[in-house]
Design a protein around this ligand. Structure first.
Ligand code: PRP
Ligand code: URA
Length: 212
């Protein structure tokens, strides 16, 4: 793992590289795309959830009693619809009892400005670690809108987990909300004139859900 900046954690690992090539490849079909999206999320989860507090518990093995540690923090995952759903199962599998809030945002195809069409958030945001799930951080407009919604609803601690991040999106989020830590598999070169990430992987939601 290496840090690209104080607030961005870039996960460097050969397994990440391997899955990124599969996701980027224009010839990768829906099933393979989904499999690698899940694998990458599992790896990201190790880093996003790395410093969660734990508490000691007792556990009985088939042979004897022992002490172990379990996560001792309320966690709320917030997938940004639709593409964020691709990360939800893999990430939440690690955290029994986690809650899920939904934020529906869609970028206008010509302006690339995200508009909100749905939101449903759990009540306990103030006492929880809120983890936004969105595989693509491009202009940062969607992430910014989600962070601001969570803060309006009294979220205390917020992290963002993504797969591909553009410098533009990282810059916007760092400037407006420097308290939000970003975790990504890679930082790409930049955006094209349609605000797609370059070299990127195209439209994540379309490729994951087979809607191309
Ligand atoms: C994609 C992606 C992010 C957003 C990133 O969603 O999943 O939410 O774009 O772009 P931004 O940083 O410029 O806001 P999209 O609007 O394509 O919707 P979808 O997930 O329903 O496909
Ligand atoms: N959303 C995507 O799915 N891909 C991009 O390149 C930018 C935003």
């Amino acid at each position: 793992m290496s840090a690209a900046g104080e607030l961005v954690t870039v996960v460097n690992h050969p397994l990440v590289d391997n899955s990124l090539v599969a996701l980027r490849d224009v010839n990768t079909g829906t099933d393979t795309f989904r499999r690698h999206a899940r694998l990458l999320t599992l790896i990201l989860a190790f880093h996003v959830l790395e410093d969660l507090p734990t508490r000691e518990v007792s556990v009985r093995t088939p042979l004897e009693d022992m002490r172990g540690h379990v996560i001792d923090r309320n966690v709320i995952f917030v997938p940004v619809l639709r593409a964020g759903l691709a990360m939800l199962d893999a990430m939440s599998d690690f955290v029994p009892g986690s809650k899920v809030g939904f934020v529906g945002l869609e970028r206008d195809e010509t302006t690339a400005i995200a508009h909100s069409y749905y939101q449903k958030l759990p009540a306990q945001l103030a006492e929880a670690e809120a983890i936004i799930l969105d595989p693509m951080l491009a202009t940062g407009g969607s992430a910014l809108a989600t962070v601001e919604l969570l803060k309006q609803n009294r979220a205390g601690s917020i992290r963002l987990a993504c797969v591909l991040a553009a410098p533009e999106g990282i810059g916007l989020l760092n400037e407006r909300h420097p308290d939000v830590r970003i975790f990504t598999a890679v930082v790409d070169r930049g955006l094209n004139d349609r605000k797609f990430i370059l070299p990127g992987l195209g439209d994540f939601g379309d490729r994951y859900f087979g809607t191309t």
